[in-house]
Write a protein of this length. Structure first.
Length: 157
């Protein structure tokens, strides 16, 4: 038997307000949707559209660079997981072919001194030197997404 279920579309705007009753209603709606369907699609999440557009535009520019340029900042091990990830570089099952995708992984920015102190626990992001707008756009996008994720986590709490 096939059961058709659509992904619930949830307006997150009430959670961005200071109205506790609205926040509680929204949290209950999210809880219900996650338990009944397993996924939600948030609108009005607070991530600025211009930041999303800049990240996509700069990503297009980066992924159109020659492979040799992208490989210069490829991650060298799964432990580092920062920088360019080439096609078939990652896979869930080592007995299967690699994923047919490219990626660029970033994390929280840290200083060289902090990276040295923390060792493998935190590594620095790797950026293409000839694309400063890429670093600016992706760093900004990472920060606004981290802030947005924290808001969503509060709705789940």
């Amino acid at each position: 038997m096939i059961v058709e279920t659509s992904i619930p579309l949830i307006d997150f705007a009430p959670f961005l307000s200071n109205d506790q009753a609205s926040q509680q209603r929204l949290a209950a709606e999210i809880f219900r949707a996650c338990h009944e369907v397993g996924f939600i699609y948030l609108t009005n999440h607070g991530i600025p559209q211009p930041s999303i557009e800049r990240a996509f535009e700069q990503s297009r520019r980066f992924f159109n660079l020659p492979l040799a340029k992208k490989q210069e900042i490829a991650w060298s091990s799964e432990a580092s997981n920062r920088g360019y990830v080439g096609i078939e570089r990652e896979r869930l099952d080592e007995n299967q072919p690699g994923d047919l995708k490219e990626a660029f992984n970033v994390g929280k920015e840290i200083s060289p001194a902090e990276a040295e102190v923390r060792g493998a626990a935190l590594v620095q992001n790797r950026w293409p030197e000839e694309e400063p707008e890429f670093q600016a756009a992706i760093s900004e996008f990472f920060e606004v997404c981290a802030t947005g994720a924290a808001r969503v986590f509060r709705a789940f709490a």
